[in-house]
Design a protein around this ligand. Structure first.
Ligand code: GLY
Length: 371
C-alpha cells in the first residue's frame, strides 16, 4: 500500500511542477492550489516534496526542478522578501539544507548558513527566546513565541554542526527550554502561543492564534510539538525532550477519533461538519517515526506508538489521499489552515502533503527528510 501511495504522490508532484513552472502552491479556499511567487512561509514544502521524490525514485527530473527553485530562495533571502517571521527554518531546511545534504552543492550550504543567521537575529534577550512574528517592538507580537517554531530550530542545529559555532546551539536550546516550560501543559497538551513581557521577560499568558480558544489544544500545534521535541532530542540527546515528545504524542493519539485523523482542535465540539486537519496527523506521524528511531529498542511504548502510526497512515492513504483522483493538485484532503479565521478550513495544505510523503518514504525506504 505504501509504494502505490508514494508512486501516485510523486506523479502529482511532477504534474504540479510541470503545470506551474517557477511557481509555488499557496493556500486557497478551493480544492486546487493557488500558485504564486516565493513569498509565503510555506514555500519550502514544495521544494521538499521534489527532494523526497528524487531521493525515492532517483529520477533526475525531480532534482533539476528542486535545484531550479533554489534561485528563488536566494533571491528571497538577499532581498528580505516577507522575512520578518521565524519560519526561515521551514523555508531553508527544505530547500538549501536539503540540497546541500542530497547533492553537496556548496552554494546551497552558504545560503542555508545565511538563513540561519537571519533566524538568529530574531532571538530576544529580554525574554530569552525567538520572536515568532513581526518586528522587535511590535506591541502584540514583540514578546510572543509559538509552538510551531520548534520546527525552525533544526536549521540552527544544522548550522552548529557545520560551523562549530556554539551560538547556534545555545539559542536553539534556550528557545526549546522556554517552549518546554511555557507551551507544554501538565497533561501533555499544549498552548499554541505564549506571551512574555518583551523587555522584562515576565511570563504573561498562554494564548492561541489558529486554535479554538486560548486554553484549547490546536491539533496542528500539538503535532509541531511532537515532532519538534523529538528533533530537539535528536540534536541534544537531553532525555526531557524525548519524554516530552512521547507525552505529547500520547495526548494526540488519545484524542483521535475512530479513523485516527484529528479534528482541527482537540477541544472543539464534534458535529457532522466539524473540519479535520489531516496535516496535523501527517506531521505527528513523522514525529512518531522519529521517536521510534530515537527510543531504546525495549521502550515499553514502542508497540503503542507503532500501532498508532500505522493506523494514522493507513487512514490517510485509504480515506484522505487523492491517489484515485486524476486532477487533484494536493496529496491529502481535509487539511485546515485557520478554521476560526475562516481561512481554508477544509482544503489541501502543502505542508500536509510534504509530511505525508515524508512519512511514507521513511516507512518504505528509511529516507528521513531534511530537518
Ligand atoms: N506554522 C503555521 C501553521 O501551522 O499554520
Amino acid at each position: 500500500m505504501w509504494k502505490e501511495a508514494i508512486e501516485s504522490a510523486m506523479e502529482t508532484v511532477k504534474r504540479n511542477a510541470t503545470n506551474h513552472p517557477g511557481l509555488f502552491p499557496h493556500i486557497s479556499n478551493e480544492l486546487k492550489y493557488d500558485w504564486g511567487q516565493n513569498n509565503d512561509w510555506i514555500d519550502g514544502f514544495f521544494t521538499g516534496l521534489l527532494w523526497l521524490s528524487y531521493e525515492y525514485s532517483g529520477d533526475e527530473s525531480y532534482k533539476q526542478l528542486a535545484t531550479e527553485q533554489l534561485k528563488s530562495f536566494k533571491h528571497r533571502l538577499d532581498n528580505h522578501i516577507v522575512m520578518d517571521h521565524h519560519d526561515i527554518g521551514f523555508l531553508y531546511s527544505l530547500s538549501a539544507v536539503a540540497e546541500w545534504r542530497v547533492t553537496g552543492n556548496v552554494e546551497a550550504r552558504e545560503l542555508a548558513l545565511l538563513a540561519a543567521d537571519k533566524l538568529m537575529n530574531r532571538y530576544r534577550d529580554g525574554f530569552g527566546a525567538i520572536q515568532a512574528w513581526g518586528m522587535e517592538n511590535d506591541p502584540e507580537n514583540g514578546g510572543r513565541i509559538i509552538i510551531d517554531c520548534l520546527m525552525n530550530l533544526p536549521l540552527l542545529h544544522w548550522a552548529y554542526q557545520e560551523t562549530g559555532d556554539s551560538r547556534y546551539y545555545e539559542i536553539a536550546e534556550k528557545h526549546a527550554q522556554k517552549s518546554l516550560r511555557f507551551l507544554v501543559r501538565g497533561d501533555g497538551s499544549s498552548y499554541h502561543t505564549f506571551y512574555f513581557d518583551r523587555i522584562q521577560g515576565n511570563a504573561l499568558r498562554g494564548g492561541t492564534h489558529q486554535g479554538y480558544e486560548d486554553g484549547s489544544t490546536w491539533s496542528r500545534g500539538q503535532s509541531w510539538g511532537v515532532y519538534g521535541f523529538a528533533l530537539s532530542y535528536r540534536y541534544t540527546r537531553k532525555e526531557i525532550y524525548l519524554d516530552t515528545a512521547k507525552r505529547m504524542a500520547r495526548y494526540f493519539i488519545e484524542h483521535l477519533p475512530e479513523d485516527y485523523v484529528s479534528y482541527w482542535d482537540f477541544d472543539v465540539a464534534i458535529e457532522p461538519d466539524t473540519p479535520r486537519d489531516s496535516s496535523a496527523t501527517a506531521i505527528t506521524a513523522c514525529g512518531i517515526l522519529d521517536i521510534l528511531d530515537l527510543m531504546t529498542p525495549d521502550d515499553p511504548e514502542r508497540e503503542y506508538l507503532n500501532d498508532a502510526l500505522h493506523r494514522m497512515m493507513s487512514s490517510l492513504v485509504e480515506k484522505y489521499s487523492t491517489r484515485n483522483m486524476q486532477e487533484a493538485e494536493g496529496l491529502i484532503q481535509h487539511g485546515s489552515y485557520h478554521v476560526r479565521g475562516g481561512q481554508a478550513p477544509d482544503n489541501y495544505m502543502i505542508w500536509g502533503d510534504y509530511y505525508y510523503l515524508e512519512a511514507l518514504v521513511r516507512m518504505d525506504k528509511g529516507i528521513k527528510g531534511y530537518w
